[in-house]
Design a protein around this ligand. Structure first.
Ligand SMILES: [Cu+2]
Length: 224
């Protein structure tokens, strides 16, 4: 297990092929105890062993160090893991209910997910007018994903778990999340409606190239 972005001791870094690190065998376990030295921020964890296979099967997640003071100003704090998979056994343009195997050894992905789900099964982000929303984006997989918001601009508040000083924060509506990166963005909900929030690569907005919008795509939904 690799603690991505965290300044932990070398023996706990989790790359057993090159470091003195625990190699956790199937049906085995290892307890980690943390003394956090990094400042609050968005980090990740993932396998770093047989990486091309295990990482592309989805073995990773978020490791978030919360700031108990700053977070009081945030009404909604979301994390979205961006992932992509090659599902075997479907012709291009075909989506059928069933259970399928994943091929981790490909560059040809056909399903693109936010927190493990494709539109229409992604979770909408609900907000109320005037609320402050933070979205933490993370990516440990193959492609970069330029994530775009509709109807709003956002501030880019942190990069790889490190807070960006206010005077250096960019105002954007698309942020490219490359493999290994986390980005925190923040916006004020000032424009009511149902707004797309999605990867801007067209193929990543489909499910196996089917026509209805799908893939790495969710919505920001105002409750009032
Ligand atoms: Cu994408």
């Amino acid at each position: 297990m690799h603690w991505h972005g965290l300044d932990i001791p070398n023996v706990m870094d989790g790359v057993p092929d090159v470091e003195p690190s625990p190699n956790i065998e199937p049906n085995s376990y290892f307890d980690y105890h943390f003394k956090i030295v990094n400042p609050p921020g968005t980090h990740m964890y993932h396998t770093h062993h047989i990486t091309a296979t295990q990482e592309m099967m989805g073995l990773g997640g978020a490791f978030i160090i919360l700031n108990p003071y700053e977070d009081n100003f945030i009404n909604h704090d979301h994390f979205i893991m961006l992932q992509e998979f090659k599902v075997k056994g479907l012709e291009m343009g075909e989506v059928k209910k069933g259970t399928y195997d994943i091929d981790p050894h490909t560059h040809d992905f056909n399903f693109f997910t936010m927190n493990g789900r494709c539109l229409p099964y992604t979770t909408p982000l609900t907000v109320r007018y005037n609320e402050n929303v933070r979205i933490r984006l993370g990516n440990i997989m193959h492609d970069a994903h330029p994530i775009h918001i509709h109807g709003h601009q956002f501030l880019v508040t942190a990069s790889d778990g490190n807070t960006i000083p206010y005077n250096s924060q960019l105002i954007k509506n698309t942020i490219n999340v490359a493999s290994g990166e986390t980005w925190d963005i923040q916006f004020k909900a000032h424009n009511t409606g149902i707004w797309p929030f999605h990867c801007h690569i067209p193929h990543h907005m489909s499910n196996n190239m089917t026509n209805p919008t799908g893939g790495m795509f969710t919505t920001i939904v105002y409750k009032n």
